[in-house]
Design a protein around this ligand. Structure first.
Ligand SMILES: [Mg+2]
Length: 132
């Protein structure tokens, strides 16, 4: 059995997770770039990751829905474990999309916290809109 690698941070996770990207375009240098060096959104490996993120988010929501519907909302230890597995799947796709966009996962996390801090300071946590 393969020994689980130790993960020391988000960027370390992103590097290790990349080993399990079996889609060939990224590893084989088949990425598509515009004339000015910008990756194009139709790159098949990136499309696969974005669709995969939606699928894994859906699996998380479906497990949660079944806990509400069938178990009176009681999250058992095994339910918890299944939810954690799905969150890991979501994390993998987030890490891979970040990789394709050439952004360290820690930078994604840092920018998110900065956005939340800014909203909190301006009392804009509630409401709608990505750039509030
Ligand atoms: Mg899953």
């Amino acid at each position: 059995m393969r020994k689980t690698e130790k993960i020391h941070g988000l960027d370390d996770y992103q590097t290790v997770a990349l080993k399990y990207d079996t889609y060939p375009s990224f590893r084989d240098g088949l990425m598509k770039y515009s004339k000015d060096g910008i990756m194009v959104a139709t790159e098949k490996g990136l499309i696969e990751k974005v669709l995969g993120l939606s699928g894994e988010a859906g699996e998380t929501v479906d497990k949660y829905k079944k806990i509400l519907r069938d178990k009176d909302g009681i999250i058992s230890p095994s339910d918890r474990e299944e939810l954690v597995k799905e969150l890991g799947d979501v994390l993998w796709y987030v890490a891979m999309i970040s990789e394709y966009l050439e952004v360290p996962l820690s930078d994604v996390a840092k920018r998110n916290i900065e956005k939340l801090e800014s909203r909190y300071k301006r009392n804009k946590i509630h409401g709608a809109g990505d750039n509030r």
